[in-house]
Design a protein around this ligand. Structure first.
Ligand SMILES: Nc1ncnc2c1ncn2[C@@H]1O[C@H](COP(=O)(O)OP(=O)(O)OP(=O)(O)O)[C@@H](O)[C@H]1O
Ligand SMILES: [Mg+2]
Length: 496
């Protein structure tokens, strides 16, 4: 039992009926509240009502930086106050120092307090200050005050508040534990959806060695990284590697796939929501960006998000701030952002389909993932690695197979190579992979081509267009020709 309580136990009988009722009412809230904010708001209302104060303030105290932030502040008229200077910081400091509830009757007349600017401006007559203690440390402070024309606070009010603060501390303890568990749960679920292990990036080519160096360097910073490249080139494992190599590695790495997901669903996943924000929002829910606090957040397939969400993401990137759906409160998050896309954001930005300001915020440190055909020398190593990973370390890959793999164009890059190896392992009955086990989709092997140069040109063009889903820009890039050249050729074919 704390000493204040022991000294004042005799006064308990002096608590008014209202005060007893308020304590009772609060014990009920204590059992049902499951969010810090709603608990604190309820607590604030009770304080203002019971002690007949005009204004109430609940601040969170940050001991390390010795500063306060408002959690809730309001007048009896239910108006919210957002400026901490409206209250006396001197009194807040006193509560922090003394670590016990304080009550001042004649504030204006007290030379120690009347010097405070805010006391003079607001003509504060009575002030009550109550610390909320967690683990023996000050977690927050409740301040309630009253001006000239209201009645003074009493010693019983102070006793009431002391009881009350103990109850709030207890409830907070429970809620904070619950919130921590919920956050942990979200992180675990997200991790289950992503592959867990530390990414292994195989490749001895100069391209890959340079890339590895780049990844290592950027991992040491907090810079936003935009990873771009064709499908299956390793964008996701690069994002994971950046996190694993960074000082944030013991904090969560959370990811959200942003492609082809309805806007509202994506928004609630990313930002969370407040109870009642939409039909079915029965509870407050933390978003993934908030859950990644302290860690890294990976926005996969960023090019596909709507312009409304682009604006919201800009806020995260500019100020590290989020607002839950249906909420007005801004929350600060300490999160490193990584993003990936297989589209050309430069082109999308010029076309007005992607916000320019967001593009520049994402493109702080761009990393281009090289397509597999630009590092064919890694193919033998990769093929062997995947066979081993698929449980066949014993397998021998014939040189002719390696040659076939090296000659292929790999539109699906490494992911496609994994599939090809997997299929080969199913097809071969011995411990030797031979060329007939290698099935390359739609591949009329161009090395066996028998026709004319012109026919070869057309065949190659058609094949590439197929590989890039008809995308002429990418096809032109891969053939090192202009889009115009492709248009002309297609015209010759009578296809345009
Ligand atoms: N250098 C590498 N070494 C070993 N495995 C790799 C390498 N790069 C990619 N992989 C593997 O290839 C597969 C595809 O990689 P990842 O998912 O990171 O590609 P992506 O660029 O995100 O693809 P998409 O655009 O299709 O989403 C994964 O199974 C990954 O583990
Ligand atoms: Mg990916």
């Amino acid at each position: 039992m704390n000493s204040f309580f022991a000294e004042n136990i005799n006064h308990i009988k002096n608590l008014s009926r209202n005060e007893f009722e308020a304590l009772y009412e609060f014990t009920e809230i204590l059992n049902t509240a499951d969010k810090q904010e709603s608990l604190i708001e309820n607590a604030m209302d009770i304080v203002i009502k019971v002690i007949n104060a005009e204004r109430g303030l609940f601040v969170r105290y940050d001991e390390v930086n010795d500063n306060f932030s408002i959690i809730t502040a309001r007048k009896i008229s239910n108006e919210n106050i957002t400026d901490l200077n409206q209250f006396s910081s001197g009194i807040l400091q006193k509560v922090i120092k003394e670590k016990k509830p304080l009550l001042y009757h004649d504030v204006m007349g007290d030379p120690n307090l009347s010097q405070f600017h805010s006391v003079q401006i607001h003509k504060i007559k009575s002030v009550i200050g109550v610390p909320i203690i967690r683990d023996g440390k000050i977690w927050g402070v409740i301040i309630a005050d009253s001006t000239l024309d209201r009645r003074e606070f009493t010693d019983e009010n102070l006793i009431f508040l002391n009881f009350f603060s103990n109850l709030v501390s207890l409830a907070l303890e429970r809620i904070i534990k619950l919130e921590e568990l919920q956050r942990e749960n979200r992180i675990l679920i997200n991790k289950l959806q992503a592959t867990e292990e530390i990414p292994e990036m195989i490749g001895g080519s100069i391209t890959m060695r340079n890339l590895a160096q780049l990844i290592y360097k950027v991992a040491q910073t907090d810079a936003t990284v935009l990873i771009y490249g064709e499908s299956g080139t390793g964008k996701e494992i690069t994002a994971k590697a950046i996190h694993q190599l960074s000082k944030r590695k013991s904090a969560p790495f959370l990811a959200q796939f942003c492609g082809s997901i309805p806007d509202s669903l994506l928004e609630s996943e990313l930002f969370g929501y407040k109870k009642g924000a939409f039909t079915g929002a029965n509870n407050d829910k933390q978003g993934l960006i908030e859950a990644a606090d302290g860690g890294t957040f990976f926005l996969d397939e960023i090019a596909d998000i709507s312009s409304a969400l682009q604006a919201k993401l800009l806020r995260v990137l500019e100020n590290r701030e989020i607002i839950r759906l249906g909420d007005t409160k801004v929350k600060k998050v300490d999160v490193r952002i990584l993003a990936a896309t297989n589209k050309d954001l430069n082109v999308l930005t010029k076309d007005g389909r992607f916000r320019e300001d967001l593009f520049y915020r994402l493109n702080v440190f761009p990393i281009k993932m090289p397509p597999l055909r630009e590092r064919r020398e890694d193919i033998p190593l990769l093929a062997k690695h995947f066979a081993k990973k698929l449980g066949r370390a014993d397998i021998f890959i014939e040189p002719a197979v390696i040659k076939k793999l090296e000659n292929y164009y790999w539109p699906g890059n490494i992911r496609q190579l994994i599939n090809v190896i997997q299929r080969a392992l199913i097809l071969c009955d011995t411990n030797k992979i031979q060329t007939e086990h290698i099935i390359l989709e739609d591949s009329k092997d161009l090395t066996d081509f028998q026709g004319t140069l012109q026919e070869f040109e057309m065949l190659l063009l058609k094949k590439r267009l197929e590989e890039f889903n008809g995308n002429r820009t990418l096809t032109a890039k891969s053939l090192d020709v202009s889009v115009r050249w492709i248009q002309l050729k297609l015209k010759e074919l009578g296809e345009q």
